[in-house]
Design a protein around this ligand. Structure first.
Ligand code: COA
Length: 170
């Protein structure tokens, strides 16, 4: 039997927006139930309903997708070089290192662009993932989405400059 290859990464293409919207909705509905109640999950998931607005949020950031045998199975975005804005993984691929692969790549890209500190507003579901990666909690927030209040945590991590230099001169 052949070993399953690890997921591959590539930049997001405009044609990926609908599948990313579906992954967003599925991830929120399936993976966050221990941390958010159904009304909060639905309010959060509904941010992908307006595909134009959702696509604009993706394409104005640096967005990458993870693929498994050519199928998009997760995506992540870096906004303004210093904010890890979105990170969503298809539920049937959860716990298999897809988010790790995506965030490894965005941290490297941010470092290469001279970013010293990366910030993420981590959902309660993603908080242990970011803690494991060395992100430090800074403050708790409550954000309003579609009539619901959802908690998250601002977390930061110092980013190593790329080996051999690089990044913007200071
Ligand atoms: C959070 C999320 C992106 C993680 O994706 P993933 O591909 O399953 O993560 P990985 O497989 O790379 O996990 C890496 C490590 O984090 C741990 N981890 C991931 N999610 C976790 C959770 N909810 N609770 C505890 N640990 C978790 C894994 O156990 C794994 O540790 P290991 O390597 O020691 O086994 C995914 O659960 C998701 O899409 N959640 C819903 C949307 C969301 O909250 N997005 C974040 C917005 S900031």
């Amino acid at each position: 039997m052949t070993r399953r290859p690890p997921v591959a990464l590539r930049p997001l293409l405009p044609a990926d927006v609908p599948v990313c919207a579906q992954i967003f909705r599925d991830a929120v509905e399936t993976l966050t139930g221990d941390d958010y109640d159904p009304a909060q999950q639905e309010a959060w998931a509904s941010s992908a309903d307006d595909l134009d607005a959702f696509g604009a949020r993706l394409t104005k950031a640096l967005a990458i997708v993870a693929t498994d045998e050519g199928e998009v199975v997760g995506f992540a975005t870096l906004a303004g070089n210093e904010t890890l804005d979105m990170l969503y993984v298809a539920p049937d691929m959860a716990g298999r290192g897809v988010a790790t692969t995506l965030v490894d790549a965005l941290e490297k890209l941010a470092g290469a662009r001279g970013t010293k500190v990366l910030t993420v507003e981590a959902s309660d579901t993603a908080l242990p993932f970011f803690m494991d990666r060395g992100y430090a909690p800074q403050q708790r927030n409550t954000v309003h989405r579609a009539g619901q209040w959802l908690a998250n945590t601002t977390m930061t991590k110092a980013i190593e400059p790329p080996a051999g230099g690089g990044g913007k001169p200071s």
